[in-house]
Design a protein around this ligand. Sequence first.
Ligand code: ARG
Length: 636
Amino acid sequence: MASDASVDNLAKQFSHLPALDKYPNCFPDINPTDIYRSHLTSILSSITGVDPKIVYPALQWTATLDKGDIVLPIPALRIKGKPDVLGSEWVSKWPGSTLVETPVLNGAFISFFFKPGPLTQTLIPLALKHRKDFGTNKAVGLRDQSDPSKGQKRIIVEFSSPNIAKPFHAGHLRSTIIGGFLANLYEAAGWDVVRINYLGDWGKQYGLLALGYEKYGNEDDLTKDPINHLFQVYVKINVDIKDEQDKAEKFEADGKPEEAQKIRDEGLDEQARRYFKLMTENDEKAIAMWKRFRDLSITRYKQTYARLNIHFDDYSGESQVAEADMEEAANKMREMGLTEEDRGAQLIDFSKHVSGKQGKSLGKVILRKKDGTALYLTRDISELLNREKKYKFDQMIYVIASQQDLHCQQFFKVVELMGYKDIAAKVQHINFGMVLGMSTRKGTVKFLDDILRDVGEHMHNVMRKNEDKYNQVENPDAVADTLGISSVMVQDMSGKRGNNYTFDINTMTSFEGDTGPYLQYAHARLSSITRKAGLSEEQIATADLSLLTEPHAVNLVRVLSQWPDVVSNTLRTLEPTTILTYLFKMTHTLSSSYDVLRVVGSEHEVMRARMALYDAARVVLNNGMRLLGLSPVERM
Ligand code: ARG
């Protein structure tokens, strides 16, 4: 709830506004639309006799300006009667307002259009005052509204989570981009965000990797480029293991079972199993080697993540789950009668514990293998219980591809069946579709760095086509790199998360259409206008905003005033496209206004006012881009 102090403060700053009533989740000092919602609630509640608590949340934002700035779906007030009849009665009782035009009835909806003057006077100073925080809820925090003493809420976002020595595939790319965005979003909403990377860094394959390194590895390549080197080693040793298996099969077919058995008893696969066993038993040498691979890989990952403005608070991983914890969990499940033995392995048959269709669709899953080793799912369970102890989180999001939908459903269900209902209620799987055709000129993509380098080079070529402009760019390599990264990220976040999309270098790097380079261009253009105008902050802050009367200016202000609502709506959709769609709508409005609302060359007072408007637009664009994880460029 907005505190008295903040409303008083607002009243002082915006003396042109009427006195506001206070409503839950109403933050008029950071969200201009809340001022209008509060104002409209008071009027509508006195016209209709409906409790303000019902009116306030019924007032919705609109997708396009022709529908008004706020719309009321009449049935949402829960009054008996035909909506259009009620609507026309209410509209006829409209008392007039300094902030809002006479409402327009549209079937079962009433549209409200904000009067331009007061909106401009409110929006621009608010955006320029809060700057980097405009649209965020940091000042207020998403504290428990009913009990502020509970303080800031904590959320864990687990994302990226690649597998050491294996390719960083499209699933990891999307998890990185979407997870980074969600973490920023919650942070902007005032949450305490913990970013966790849960590496695939444990299992028999890391025993095999160690054997491969003994055979094919070398110190120089490892330190220079650990991720690539370990991958190459892993590929080579996998070829060897495949050869062995082929040989064994051949012996089998040729009637030489002893020879085949010899391979099975002493071959690479068995050696890898033994090596991994040493690792689980904490063998000093084996662990030291593995830890080195892991540390070097993390160092390298960190450099790449930094290019995407991403950092992690914790590099966890499958290796970090203690055997003892998993054994404890397995015992608990057995004692509760959840698991059963099947040829030495421990499994859970969901159809016996969950009724109906759900139980069937969850199927059966093994939690512990015959030799007592744990599995992916088992590790996830213990890791979750450990995170609960370590972080005492209020919510946790797992950003993992849709291919693992079933895994996540089984995982959360087991936790619930184990009696941790409260924990299961706090976790959420955020999934996403596949990337089709992800290959570049150099072939199929294997690592994040390859993707970024390739797209960056492509972008550099696109830039070279406009020679005049290209020659003015100070550091074309760095700009091309940033634009390339923006291309990849914007294409990834353009559609709904759940959709598949086709990785298309030509489309994503184009300046036409709703692309990363288009957004960057819009930002660079605003920055350039700011530079050319050369006005001081003071000159902009004290501009006479009543000069902004043109329809283009008014519409731009209306779109900008939606920004804080867009951010809070995104917290419901958890879709990056909610932000992107808005940013493209805003930048289209912006670019159509340049010819009409010139800054440089206009009369000085007009220039100041327009600069204030564009400055507010730049604040919104910059904040939106950073929320998505992009680095806005000043020149390009
Ligand atoms: N490393 C896994 C993979 O590449 C993803 C891990 C997802 N997170 C989890 N808690 N299971 O498939």
